[in-house]
Ligand binder design. Structure first.
Ligand SMILES: [Zn+2]
Length: 329
């Protein structure tokens, strides 16, 4: 009786009522709840949704519902077949499950919420169902989400690649990174020009027009597609890659210049200064700081390159952040 009251509160089914609740002991403890259609209520055609006269009833079907006290709960129902003027004799539409599936939508949602926290296998074990059921549940929830998601007014996106498995297998991920909404929008195999082109194709021309900011790394195929598809958007490159380029250039200038000083028989002021120039100033030891201060007084190409890099750091932290664009790192 209590279970029926709970079910009526949390999982009411329009046009149907809960009737018998039973404990089945074999093969394992299970709670079964019968569902019956309301008297005089007409069934709906599962193809068009129209109310139709009944035809006959099918043998009882069982649907997995959310377990109670970790005891599996099954909803039992003898579905009607209805006679639709357009589709002929078809099985009735049921609001608690999809098509021929044996899992209720409520249980699918429940499982997919747990699958965010635990592995699929663990979820299946804990709630006494199969791995396949967990997988199908996620598939259904994702399908529903994709059908109902709102992709309007996306202004900022982030493009990144991640390596999957061993070797050089990659996928391209596109995220929405607006202040109010951060979410994964799209995943595509590889990190080629055509991968990202496919995203823009799926995303559509109209929506693409609203993009104002794109964050990406300096992977050339991405830069190429971004420049082609959204030439008016501001492409913000990831700081890590820019700094790497800066440091590579700085190191090249320094070693060239150090060699030249030696060659010309001048004072070797650039000897042992590699890490002095490459490390972030805040990571230097006191002794190194003193050494750097002295070095910066020389009129050298390496010093100018160093100061340029530090200017860029300043630009990044002040200018970009003042524009209200929050970029991790
Ligand atoms: Zn129909």
């Amino acid at each position: 009786m209590l279970l029926k009251t709970i079910l009526n509160r949390v999982h009411q089914i329009k046009g149907f009522v809960y009737t018998d609740v039973k404990f089945e002991e074999f093969p394992s403890l299970t709670i079964t709840v019968k569902i019956e259609s309301r008297k005089n209520g007409k069934g709906r055609c599962s193809l068009c949704g129209a109310r139709c006269p009944g035809y006959d009833r099918l043998p009882e079907r069982r649907f997995e519902f959310i377990p109670l006290w970790n005891i599996p709960v099954l909803l039992l129902c003898r579905l009607r077949r209805v006679s639709c003027s357009e589709h002929g004799v078809v099985v009735e539409q049921i609001p608690w499950a999809k098509g021929k599936e044996q899992t209720t939508t409520a249980f699918q949602i429940f499982l997919s919420q747990w699958a965010k926290l635990l592995s699929w296998k663990e979820v299946a074990l804990r709630f006494r169902t199969s791995w396949d059921t967990v997988c199908l549940s996620l598939k259904r929830v994702v399908e529903y989400g994709l059908e109902h998601r709102d992709l309007s007014n996306i202004e900022s996106i982030g493009v990144d690649e991640i390596a999957i498995g061993k070797g050089h297998d990659y996928v391209t991920m596109v995220y929405q990174i607006d202040d109010a909404t951060k979410r994964l929008l799209w995943i595509g195999k590889d990190r080629k020009v055509k991968t990202l082109l496919r995203f823009f194709m799926d995303f559509g021309k109209e929506r693409t027009k609203s993009i104002k900011f794109v964050c990406s790394d300096m992977w050339r195929p991405y830069l190429k597609v971004i420049a082609k598809k959204i030439p008016t958007a501001l492409n913000i490159l990831d700081r890590f890659h820019i700094m790497k380029k800066f440091n590579d250039a700085l190191d090249k200038i320094r070693s060239g210049e150090a060699g030249k000083l030696r060659q010309d028989g001048k004072e070797p002021v650039l000897t042992k200064t590699r890490w002095l120039l490459l490390k972030r100033p805040q990571n230097l030891t006191c002794k190194q700081k003193g050494h750097l201060k002295k070095l910066l007084q020389y009129n050298l190409k390496s010093v100018r390159a160093y100061l340029l890099r530090e200017d860029f750091q300043h630009f990044w932290s002040v200018y970009i952040i003042n524009m209200g664009i929050k970029i991790p790192g």
